[in-house]
Write a protein that binds this ligand. Structure first.
Ligand SMILES: *Cc1c(COP(=O)(O)O)cnc(C)c1O
Length: 378
């Protein structure tokens, strides 16, 4: 048998001899998750990803444990029981709900369904970075609207709308700033958008907010043709590890997302746990009460040390360490990490002088405050 050898094909610079991703993919900065290890310290206090210190509902944990009996069978691809439970608890039509592997999946599905090359999508200056990834991954161009006082500026968003704009992503409240827009402002923003622009209201922290002028967007998503609200089980429900989120919107949007999602995008254990978690309102109330106690406490203690803290309505705060190049924030991060407290540097959010801290257990909160007291020499 003879082996035929042929001369190697010549490739120019424009055609390397390997598969090449679509234009734009390699411009994406991969998401950097919060660290889960400290440099030192006896106890680890992970306050880097806005997880809850209260764990998950016992009922949800029991449902999860009981769900792993038939691993060979596919789950219910339409997550009907879970959508029904969410619909009952939140007073929504279950047909207009879609579940996903985290709300991150819903955000990506929205981008893939409505954005493509030549399109633009707007998010705010310190907005959640998953938006930037989803927009670019869909081949569209992100447009960043400047904020005012670390808060979304509805006018700045509206000023950036062009005929190419197809979508606006808005976290309310926003991560990592913790600030929010009163619902009047959201309505004004919505009223100023062309009808063909989809407004995505990401209410990942909606359950934590205790303000009379706040709404998560349910009403607007229920009554508009171009508004979708997303929610997650990762934060107040304490199911981040299971990857479960959902979206609520007009039937035509949910229909589009259902056409492009993976047919079994949510696992059986996630469905089982989610049903019990969403029904366990006592657990959610306890989490809100914990946050209502410790968010103001940590904020005022840190302000007492001379630090600036952005007023937050979520379960996390932004702590500022002003200097020229963010060295002080990095030093504080290292100091805390060496003592077992892991916070989050947010330089990639355009906030090099700040650390984001999730509100933790009483012990974690007290520990961080006492370390920062020593760090600042107060
Ligand atoms: C944590 C977070 C989410 C939720 O992500 P999941 O994929 O559901 O875990 C969504 N949006 C914002 C702004 C968040 O901070």
């Amino acid at each position: 048998m003879t082996v035929m050898t042929s001369a190697p094909v010549e490739f120019g610079q424009d055609s390397p001899n390997r598969p090449v991703p679509r234009p734009g993919v390699l411009d994406i900065a991969a998401y950097v998750p919060g660290k889960s290890k400290a440099v030192g310290g006896k106890t680890l206090h992970k306050l880097s990803s806005n997880e809850t210190p209260l764990g998950a509902s016992e009922k949800a944990k029991a449902a999860f444990s009981n769900s792993g009996t038939m691993l060979e069978l596919y789950p219910d691809g339409s997550a009907s029981e879970l959508r029904k439970a969410i619909g009952e608890v939140y007073g929504l039509n279950a047909d207009r709900i879609i579940c996903g592997a985290g709300s991150d999946e819903i955000l990506s599905l929205l981008a893939y369904a409505y954005l493509g090359p030549g399109d633009e999508a707007i998010y705010s200056e310190h907005g959640f970075l998953v938006y930037d990834i989803a927009i670019r991954a869909a081949g569209a161009a992100p447009v960043v609207a400047p904020e005012r006082n670390l808060t979304t500026d509805a006018d700045a968003v509206l000023e950036r709308v062009t005929p190419r704009t197809k979508m606006v992503f808005l976290a309310n409240p926003n991560n990592p700033t913790g600030t929010y827009l009163p619902f009047e402002e959201i309505r004004r923003l919505h009223a100023g958008l062309p009808d063909n622009v989809l407004l995505v209201l990401d209410a990942a922290y909606g359950e934590y907010v205790r303000r009379n002028d706040y709404e998560s967007g349910i009403e607007l998503a229920a009554t508009s043709e171009n508004v979708v609200m997303t929610r997650t089980f990762s934060k107040i429900y304490g199911l981040a590890n299971l990857r479960l989120g959902w979206g609520f919107g007009p039937a035509h949007v949910i229909d589009a997302l259902n056409r492009i999602r993976g047919p079994f995008n949510v696992s059986g254990p996630a469905i089982a746990a989610g049903i019990e978690a969403v029904r366990d309102r006592a657990f959610v109330d306890a989490a809100v009460a914990h946050n209502d106690t410790w968010l103001p406490w940590v904020t005022s203690e840190l302000e007492g040390l001379g630090l600036t803290v952005t007023p937050s309505v979520g379960n996390f705060i932004l702590i500022h360490f002003p200097d020229k190049d963010g060295k002080r924030a990095r030093d504080a991060d290292r100091y805390l990490s060496e003592r077992g407290c892991v916070l989050r540097l947010v330089g990639n959010y355009g906030l090099p002088n700040a650390l984001r801290m999730s509100i933790g257990s009483e012990e974690a909160n007290r520990t961080v405050v006492s370390h920062l007291k020593a760090f600042t020499g107060s």
